[in-house]
Design a protein around this ligand. Structure first.
Ligand code: MG
Length: 379
């Protein structure tokens, strides 16, 4: 029986050579493994992957053409849950740090995937930080549990699939001509996100406005340091169909941001200021809303809690992403019926996705009804 399962899993391509090399547990199955009763052990594997970006991606502080990720799988009872850690270099995690962290995660001590709180509390306590690596385990566990139940996560959470929002599509900082070109290519989207925080901010907006009237939101990535300047910019933006301003000033300038939010005609959304649950409480009274991202907050479980908390505080809700495959993007999309704003274009910015999952149709986040986070592997 054990041999048969091994052969099945190998032939299904579950364990690639690199996944075996990075395997976090030494034996495939513990001695209690029984395929029919579901008392098997969970097995975590992981392998590095590099996302190729379609365009050079430039924000206020950096530029890049690739994003390193770590792809994870949790196998239990012949079912596989998929997860992903996306690690843009400026956030401090890497494939090396993720491999080191994931090597320490021993899921074989658990034999019931439904003990999600217990398992994910354990994962969180394995080491400090490593939030993207933790998210890769959280996402894979959610995918697995959803598959075991046979339901998609939006349904398990009781959310309405029809209430998914439109997603913004990011236009990176570039020359006026390239910005116009990128804007025309993004005609499908109902809201565009513009990266500001340089001395070319007004030219960026004017270039876009010369080709479209589509709603915009702006992400300053902490780029404005003077509150009066920031308020003047927001008033200028408010006359140009802008929906909100993300992280207008450095996260350390809390009093300035609170002042700005009070006077701003547009909602201010915290991004760099927000990582985990306690940050939502700190953002209350400082920003109008919060941008929750799975890679910052350790995954779907905590993101769900943060959105509920922010909602109960009367704040605007946003869900965002890094450049990610459709794995992590789909995971975040299951929470999207809760939010006011979604920025889930990460998989559209890459040329080598390996999953089919959430789709953007006519600008709207569109979930499928496959169980778990709704993935199909395409590579
Ligand atoms: Mg942002």
């Amino acid at each position: 029986m054990k041999q048969k399962r091994r052969d099945f899993i190998k032939s299904a391509g579950v364990l690639t050579t690199s996944a075996i090399a990075f395997s976090s547990s030494s034996s495939m199955f513990g001695k209690n493994y029984l395929s029919k009763t579901g008392s098997g052990k969970m097995k975590l594997t992981f392998k590095p992957y590099t996302l190729e970006l379609k365009h050079v991606f430039t924000i206020a502080t950096s530029s890049r053409t690739t994003t390193p990720v770590m792809l994870t799988e949790i196998e239990y009872d012949g079912i596989i849950g998929y997860g992903e850690a996306s690690m843009p270099p400026y956030l401090g995690e890497s494939q090396e740090s993720a491999a080191k962290f994931l090597s320490k995660v021993n899921l074989s001590q658990f034999n019931d995937p439904f003990e999600m709180e217990k398992i994910l509390d354990y994962v969180d306590a394995v080491d400090a930080n490593n939030t993207a690596a933790k998210a890769s385990v959280d996402i894979a566990l959610h995918d697995l549990v959803g598959k075991l139940i046979g339901k998609p996560w939006y349904k398990i959470w009781g959310l309405d699939k029809e209430k998914t929002p439109v997603t913004s599509f990011t236009i990176g900082i570039d020359t006026t001509e390239v910005v116009k070109e990128k804007t025309k290519e993004a005609a499908e989207f109902k809201i565009l996100k513009v990266k500001l925080g340089r001395d070319t901010d007004k030219q960026m907006i004017e270039a876009i406005r010369s080709v479209t009237d589509t709603a915009l939101c702006v992400d300053v990535n902490q780029g404005w340091t003077d509150k009066e300047f920031a308020l003047d910019m927001i008033h200028w933006l408010n006359e140009r169909n802008i929906k909100f301003v993300e992280q207008p000033m450095p996260k350390t300038q809390i009093d300035d941001i609170a002042w700005l939010t009070e006077k701003s005609p547009l909602p201010t959304i915290a991004d760099e200021s927000i990582q985990r649950i306690p940050d939502v409480v700190k953002a209350y009274g400082v920003y109008s809303g919060v941008n929750v991202k799975l890679m910052k907050c350790t995954g779907m479980r905590e993101a769900h809690k943060m959105l509920n908390l922010a909602d109960s505080l009367g704040m605007k809700l946003m869900i965002g992403c890094m450049t990610e495959t459709s794995c992590a993007i789909s995971a975040a999309s299951h929470l999207s019926p809760m939010v006011d704003f979604a920025d889930l274009d990460g998989a559209l910015l890459i040329g080598n996705d390996i999953f089919d999952g959430m789709k953007v149709i006519d600008g709207k986040v569109t979930l499928n009804d496959r169980p778990g986070i709704g993935l199909k592997k395409i590579k």
